[in-house]
Design a binder for this molecule. Structure first.
Ligand SMILES: Nc1ncnc2c1ncn2[C@@H]1O[C@H](COP(=O)(O)OP(=O)(O)O)[C@@H](O)[C@H]1O
Ligand SMILES: [Mg+2]
Length: 379
């Protein structure tokens, strides 16, 4: 295989020293629009390893695309820096960055064949022979399962195949990293699942960093080695799928990740001789991980995932009315309420039926999180 852009030797680094996790370093990136009135991104700090699969995840408008476009050079940051392997690229033109961008909307040339579409970016490269270009196109087509379709025009391809051609076009450039902005959002659910598996396998084979933008938490969890959760232009947490699910650092992450969402309920801290509890009109839970920052009388939010609300419990703490039982396959989601407060539980298929009217419920104290009134995690 032809490789004409071996990375810069690491000892040429003038910035912070690069190591395995810091191949692409994003420092303090800020971007505003409309004369500073819209802050699209702020304080964005992120280290990406040379073979990381990084997913930027967050609700619409949180700054994912803007962040990705700044990495690509399609948008100029107001402040902050981006380096690749120690080399600052913040002010380089997109074409001088050796990064490949795959857009949300499929952007193929309708009159060109698959082969020509894949080869498109390579045609600009004058330092490669025609044979070398063909070799790259065929290798990419082979990895993407497009070998038999090279002579077709885009309209004779399915949506999934078309997006694979876009990936192929990015692959032949042999970039230092792939930047993908919701590349599968136009595909139907089944195909999206399939493409996810393929892109993950592909990334492992290519051993090249990918930064993948999505608003879909399931997509993020299945793809990302490192998931970056954004909200209102700021990074909320960076971690593995398990980290962000099990140990959310703030209330936004706790509510955003997980479906159905975690239960959130107001409570008051009570310090007693025999320990600390959080209590409200329905239950009183011991705080097993005593945190000295909890003060008596403090108002907090107690959160727990639906799977930790045990129903039909022998030593239940409070009583709940069953409203709806929603089958999800192996499990059911059970929606309940007491007074005006709604709760959700996950139970094995068929354990609870709509006929079960009132149930004793129990929250497992080992599995609660506690957030202060600004949403920061305390316990
Ligand atoms: N070119 C632009 N002009 C003005 N506002 C923009 C522009 N691009 C993005 N924004 C705003 O910046 C914020 C972040 O947008 P974006 O990065 O596209 O979010 P996401 O990709 O997470 O949906 C949004 O409020 C959006 O409306
Ligand atoms: Mg976007």
């Amino acid at each position: 295989m032809t490789t004409n852009q071996s990375p810069q030797p690491r000892d040429q680094s003038e910035e912070r020293s690069s190591d395995a996790d810091e191949y692409i370093q994003i420092t303090n990136l800020r971007k505003t629009f409309s004369k500073g009135t819209i802050v699209a991104c702020d304080d964005v700090d992120l280290d990406i390893g040379p073979e990381d699969f990084v997913v930027l995840l967050g609700p619409s408008g949180c700054g994912k695309t803007t962040t990705l476009r700044m990495i690509a050079g399609l948008e100029t940051p107001d402040s902050g820096t981006i380096t690749i392997d120690g080399r600052e690229i913040t002010d380089l033109k997109p074409k001088d960055r050796n990064l490949a961008y795959v857009f949300q909307n499929i952007t193929l040339y309708p009159h060109k064949t698959v082969r020509k579409n894949i080869q498109f970016g390579l045609d600009m490269k004058t330092d490669l022979t025609n044979e070398a270009k063909q070799e790259r196109v065929e290798h990419a087509a082979d990895l993407l399962g497009l070998s038999d379709l090279l002579d077709r025009k885009p309209k004779a391809l399915s949506g999934g195949q078309q997006q694979r051609v876009s990936l192929g076009r990015a692959m032949v450039m042999e970039p230092d990293a792939f930047l993908l902005d919701e590349p599968f959002s136009a595909l139907d659910a089944k195909l999206r699942d399939q493409m996810r598996v393929e892109v993950k396998k592909l990334q492992r084979k290519l051993e090249t960093a990918m930064v993948f933008v999505t608003h879909d938490q399931e997509e993020a969890m299945t793809l990302g080695d490192k998931i970056v959760i954004m909200h209102e232009g700021r990074i909320q947490q960076v971690g593995s799928a398990y980290d962000i699910y099990n140990e959310p650092q703030n209330q936004f992450v706790a509510e955003f990740i997980g479906s159905p969402s975690a239960n959130m309920v107001e409570a008051t801290v009570e310090r007693r001789d025999n320990g600390v509890v959080v209590e409200n009109r329905w239950f009183s839970l011991p705080v097993t991980e005593d945190d000295q920052s909890l003060e008596s009388g403090q108002q907090v939010t107690v959160a727990f995932r639906p799977e930790y609300l045990e129903l039909d419990a022998e030593n239940g703490q409070f009583e709940l009315d069953v409203n709806v039982v929603e089958p999800h396959g192996k499990d059911d989601a059970v929606y309940l309420s007491v007074d005006d407060k709604e709760f959700t539980a996950i139970t094995s298929q068929g354990t609870i039926t709509d006929e079960s009217k009132s149930l004793h419920a129990r929250v497992s104290p080992d599995n609660i999180w506690i957030f202060d009134d600004t949403g920061q995690r305390l316990v």
